[in-house]
Ligand binder design. Structure first.
Ligand SMILES: [Mn+2]
Length: 340
């Protein structure tokens, strides 16, 4: 990372007193962990820091925060942000995204404020968002980008911040099994363990803490798995009725798309979720095709972007119009063209 960018980021933070920290809608572990870590480190510097989420976080990240993090559009009306009712903000820090489409409602505020914005992210550059952008596309998690920046700045990392960073890095690498798991990931996590983090405790909190409704939702999902294209494409879906019947929440679907990758032949996986507003949310995962050694994995980001979504090459998502069957067909066609 260009040290000039770091220097500018340190200057922005040094000058700010009231800092708002936020992240993308449907926050995942990287997002929640980075919000927690940023908040704690900057509070340690004596800053007034307020985290804000754009949609509820999954229950299993709740342990990261002692206080309930307010949600824009729920506890905090958008008008308060724009009109100043939220209180003074002299710096906005956005972690784990740099795209307006991932910042619903907050985008309205961003586009009319003159408050400086600092972006800390690892996604492929999407929008020219942020006065200062610490964006490292080679990092497995935004947590790594943040950790490197904190090391540059030399600010103390309190325990809760170290925990946030470990959650960020460990979840975005699928607990160290995804292809983005590199030595940088382990070096960072080794440092965090030296700071007192207990990986086993965190694993239990993150991955062995299903509610029974969520477990039942997973069971429902698994019965819909269908293999296509010679077993290389797996599709699966959840209807509104599945949520009603199991009592599970929409955010309970996080990571469930990965379950079918236990099937060895699967190269591309898609999960379609029928939302309350009638749209279909589609999550896509890809990995190299074992039958075509050396061939790159299908770029599912490219597929998602065709429909206005995005993410990473091997993990992406988008929204599609209903009905479910038609949405599934749209994605099938895109996958079939690429999985030749
Ligand atoms: Mn991330």
């Amino acid at each position: 990372m260009d040290s000039e960018v770091y220097r500018q980021a340190v200057a922005l933070i040094t000058e700010a007193k009231n800092i708002l920290v936020t992240t993308h809608t449907r926050p995942d572990g990287d997002a929640c962990g980075c919000v927690r870590a940023t908040t704690e480190v900057l509070r340690g510097l004596g800053k007034m820091v307020r985290p804000l989420l754009l949609s509820p976080m999954p229950d299993w990240y709740g342990f990261l925060f002692e206080e309930k993090v307010p949600i824009l559009g729920e506890e905090v009306p958008v008008e308060d942000l724009v009109g100043g009712g939220f209180g003074p903000i002299d710096l906005v820090i956005i972690v784990d995204t740099n795209s307006y489409s991932q910042l619903p409602r907050f985008e309205t505020y961003l586009k009319q404020t003159t408050t400086p914005v600092l972006v800390i992210d690892h996604h492929v550059a999407a929008d020219p968002l942020g006065r200062v952008r610490i964006v490292d596309e080679t990092a497995a998690a935004a947590g790594l980008v943040l950790y490197d920046f904190l090391q540059y700045a030399g600010w103390p990392i309190p325990r809760q911040a170290a925990e946030g960073l470990f959650v960020a890095v460990s979840t975005d690498t699928g607990w160290f099994h995804l292809r983005n798991t590199d030595s940088r990931v382990f070096r960072c996590c080794a440092d965090l363990i030296d700071m007192g983090i207990e990986p086993n405790d965190l694993y239990r909190k993150l991955y062995e803490s299903f509610s029974y409704p969520r477990f039942q939702l997973m069971v429902a999902l698994l019965t819909t798995v269908e293999l296509h294209l010679g077993g290389r494409y797996a599709s699966q879906y959840l209807r509104r009725a599945d949520f009603a019947r199991t009592g599970a929440a929409y955010r309970d679907t996080e990571n469930l798309v990965n379950e079918c990758q236990r099937i060895g032949s699967v190269s591309v996986a898609a999960l379609f979720v029928e939302l309350k507003d009638g749209r279909i949310r589609c999550s896509l995962r890809s990995r190299p095709d074992t039958r075509r050694p050396g061939a790159p994995a299908v770029d599912v980001n490219e597929i998602a972007r065709r429909f206005g979504g995005g993410g990473h090459k091997m993990a992406s998502g988008t929204y599609l119009p209903s009905p479910l069957e038609q949405a599934m067909q749209l994605i099938y066609d895109e996958v079939a063209r690429r999985l030749v």
